[in-house]
Structures are given as structure tokens and as C-alpha cells.
Write a protein that binds this ligand. Structure first.
Ligand code: C6P
Length: 423
């Protein structure tokens, strides 16, 4: 890990060759060095989940072997060590996203749970009959359904900011929808289905100018871009560890202290209380008020290691490399006769979606798999996006820091082969 950090600090600053970073980190990801159906594996489903570097796997395994115990409970040495590691991970997340304080970092299971938490607590408090909750047409189901259920329960209206033919948010429509009854805007930083990178600073500023708080779904941004929730001034920001080279089972909800303090607990039980009697329970302070039960302790240690790994490389370097790689993917895919990109936003991160005339995306993914290339086909848990573009599904290529131009070229060759096989 340290060797990696020394070798590759900010490599993209000195290289215009996409894949330079990937070539350097490749050896840190043992899973990538295998054959699938006799071909070298090309993993291009990073929006679904990322592979884990040795540093993450080893940090978790070392923790289990040396420091593991439950947290916030035992006065004994192991318990104290485990608690130190768990809280150390929280502080690491705080620095990574530039949150003002560690108490504003709530560990959850992932983005989905983070959004559900806010909808069932903040939403429950603030949304009443006749109010509006604003989402966008490009949201993942995780950032639609919790709000829809809340609105149904409260008699509120779920209103939707439309997207244009390029897959970009219609900011004029957003301005028109932000009204006196809007209680929250829930918006993706990056679309998982289209790859659109939203102008999130502008969006937050627009909402705040109307007094509307904003929840940002950062699931597809955290692995690809430098984050600064304080500069962004987001009220809530959520993301999943497993999409940023960390383990599954843990994610982060950042919330502004004032809002979190005023919110009721989400789940109740052990580790979130100050005192309990049969008459009355009082709750612990932040962040514990929102963390009922034994948390994902080793996963927090793994997330810590993932963030160390990401920052040793540098998020700015990752963003630059991946941007160049995506531009290459867009150019090569667009040049294939019969391919149509779904989503052509001017600013993109992470993913490219496409359809191929006459071939179902599932068939594309199956044939690509036979060539060792792993991509996702389907609606990507974003059915309203599919409806908007009039397709049942897309094939989606999503990149990570270990992908190279060669990977994209292998993918493109396999798409040409798909055309031949299906033609
Ligand atoms: N998208 C994809 O293949 P969880 O499952 O809770 O870690 O993340 C949910 C989620 C929320 N928002 C966005 C923008 C997402 O992309 C995801 C997960 C995966 O696109 C699995 S459907």
C-alpha cells in the first residue's frame, strides 16, 4: 500500500495516456487477474460495485486477527481497540468528504439505507399534506421510492424535475418547481444509468436560495470525484463503501449537525440510548442516536483502508484519468454502426449507456461475458430513465481506476462480434 502510494502519487498530472494509473494499480487487485471463459477478465461493471484492493482485504483480515471486539461496550482492551478503529474510520470519512465534524458522519448499510433514514425521520418531521417533495427523472429507485412512500403516507406531492434528450437536468424546470411548499430536493450527484454529472453546486445553491434543503445521492460520485460537502453546503450527502473500493455492508450519511440533532431516531435499540426504563427512554448524542445495534465494524475498518488507498492515489488524478477513459469509450462506441448512446451529457462520470439496434441489452451482456467482458444490462434500478428514453433497458459500461484503454478496446471488439453473431 505504501509502496503504491509512493509510486503513483498524482500520476495523471504528468501523463496524458489514459490507463497509466490503471497499469500501476493493477497488481493491487488480484481478482482482476483471472480468465473468464478462457479470456482475460475485463471488469466494466464498477457502477454496480467495485473490486477491492489488497490493502482493503488485508486491513479487514488483520483487524479480525488482532483487534476485533464489539464497539462502545467493553471496558477491556480489545473492546477499546475495536472502538478506536471504528471511530477512527468515522474521522477518516469526515476528512475525506470535508465534513465539519465526525458527529455528522452516520454509518449506515449503504446509500439506500441512508436515504430511507432521511425520508423516515427528516421527511416524517417536515413533510405534511399538501407539501411537495422534489426528485429528478434521473434518480435511482433508492432516491425515488422512499420519497414516494413518504408522500403517499403524508398526502404530499412527489414532483419530478425532467431531463432533456442529452440526459441533463432541466435547470429552468427545477427553478420553476422549487416552490414555497417544497420541503426537500433529493438529487443524484451522478446518474448511474446515464453517467450524467450534475452541476451539483449550482443545484444546491438554487434550492437554498428558495430555502429548500437538499439531499445529494453521491453513490456514483464518491468513487470518481473529490468531495467537499462543506463547500457544497449539502444538507445531506449519502454514499456506499462498496462502490468506492471498500467492503459492502457499510455506507455513509453525512448530515448537517443542526438537522441531525433535530431529527428523531431512525431505528431504536442498543447503542443509541442514554437511559432506558419501562416508562421512558432518552437517546444518545450524535452520531450514535442513528446507529442502533452492532454496526458493521470490520467494514468500517475496510472503508478506512479504501479511503487511504484512494487518497494515496489522489481523487483529482482518478477523476482526470477516468474522464479521459470515458471520452475514449464514448468516441469508440459512437463509431460503431447501430450503436446509440443513451445519455450524452456534456459532463460525465463513471458510466456510458448504450443500445445496439436489433439486439437486446441482455444478449449484448451475455455475448460480452463469453469474451470475458463484464458489463451490466437492464434498467439499472432507474426505470423512469428507461421510460424517458423509450428503451426497456440499456447496456452499461462503467469504469474504475484499474480500467485501461485496452479494456475499452476489448469491449468495443466484443460489441462488433455481438453484431456479427446476432446479425
Ligand atoms: N446502483 C448500479 O448498478 P446501494 O445498493 O444502497 O449501495 O446503492 C443504491 C444506489 C443509490 N443511488 C445510486 C445513484 C446508485 O447507483 C445506487 C446503486 C447500482 O447502478 C446497483 S442498482
Amino acid at each position: 500500500m505504501m509502496a503504491t502510494a509512493l509510486r503513483i502519487e498524482n500520476p495523471a498530472g504528468t501523463s496524458h495516456h489514459p490507463g497509466f494509473l490503471a497499469d500501476t494499480v493493477a497488481e493491487d487487485f488480484p481478482i482482476l487477474h483471472q480468465r473468464v471463459h478462457g479470456r482475460p477478465l475485463v471488469y466494466l461493471d464498477n457502477a454496480a460495485t467495485t473490486q477491492k484492493p489488497r490493502a482493503v482485504v488485508e486491513a479487514m483480515s488483520r483487524f479480525y486477527a488482532t483487534d476485533y471486539a464489539n464497539v462502545h461496550r467493553g471496558v477491556y482492551t480489545l473492546g477499546a481497540r475495536a472502538t478506536g478503529r471504528f471511530e477512527g474510520a468515522r474521522a477518516r470519512v469526515q476528512r475525506f468528504i470535508h465534513a465539519p465534524s465526525p458527529e455528522e458522519i452516520i454509518f449506515v448499510r449503504g446509500t439506500t439505507e441512508g436515504i430511507n433514514l432521511v425520508a423516515s425521520t427528516f421527511g416524517e418531521q417536515h413533510v405534511q399534506a399538501g407539501d411537495d417533495v422534489l426528485v429528478t427523472e434521473m434518480e435511482h429507485h433508492s432516491n425515488i421510492v422512499p420519497w414516494q412512500v413518504l408522500c403517499q403516507r403524508k398526502g404530499a406531492r412527489l414532483r419530478v424535475v425532467p431531463i432533456d434528450d442529452r440526459g441533463e437536468l432541466d435547470l429552468e424546470a427545477l427553478a420553476g418547481l422549487l416552490g414555497p411548499r417544497t420541503r426537500i430536493l433529493a438529487v443524484a450527484h451522478v446518474s448511474n444509468a446515464l453517467g450524467t454529472l450534475n452541476p451539483i453546486n449550482e443545484i444546491v445553491a438554487m434550492a437554498h436560495a428558495r430555502g429548500v434543503p437538499v439531499l445529494v445521492d453521491g453513490a456514483q460520485a464518491a468513487p470518481h470525484l473529490p468531495l467537499d460537502v462543506a463547500a457544497l453546503d449539502a444538507d445531506f450527502y449519502v454514499f456506499s463503501s462498496h462502490k468506492m473500493y471498500g467492503p459492502d455492508g457499510i455506507g455513509v450519511l453525512y448530515g448537517k449537525r443542526k438537522l441531525l440533532e433535530a431529527m428523531p431516531p431512525y431505528q431504536t435499540g442498543g447503542d443509541m440510548i442514554r437511559s432506558v426504563s419501562f416508562e421512558r427512554t432518552t437517546y444518545d448524542d450524535l452520531p450514535h442516536k442513528f446507529e442502533a445495534g452492532t454496526p458493521a465494524i470490520a467494514a468500517a475498518v475496510g472503508l478506512h483502508a479504501a479511503i487511504d488507498y484512494l487518497e494515496a492515489i489522489g481523487m483529482a488524478a482518478i477523476a482526470r484519468e477516468e474522464e479521459a477513459l470515458l471520452a475514449h469509450a464514448v468516441a469508440r462506441l459512437e463509431a460503431i454502426p447501430g450503436v446509440r448512446l443513451v445519455g450524452k451529457a456534456a459532463h460525465r462520470a463513471g458510466a456510458v449507456s448504450f443500445v445496439l439496434e436489433g439486439v437486446h441489452p441482455h444478449d449484448i451482456a451475455t455475448i460480452l461475458d463469453s469474451r470475458g467482458v463484464a458489463i451490466r444490462a437492464g434498467h439499472h434500478c432507474a426505470q423512469p430513465v428507461m421510460d424517458r428514453f423509450g428503451v426497456p433497458a440499456t447496456a452499461r459500461v462503467s469504469v474504475g481506476m484499474y480500467n485501461t484503454r485496452r479494456d475499452i478496446d476489448t469491449l468495443v471488439e466484443a460489441v462488433y462480434e455481438t453484431k456479427e453473431v446476432m446479425g
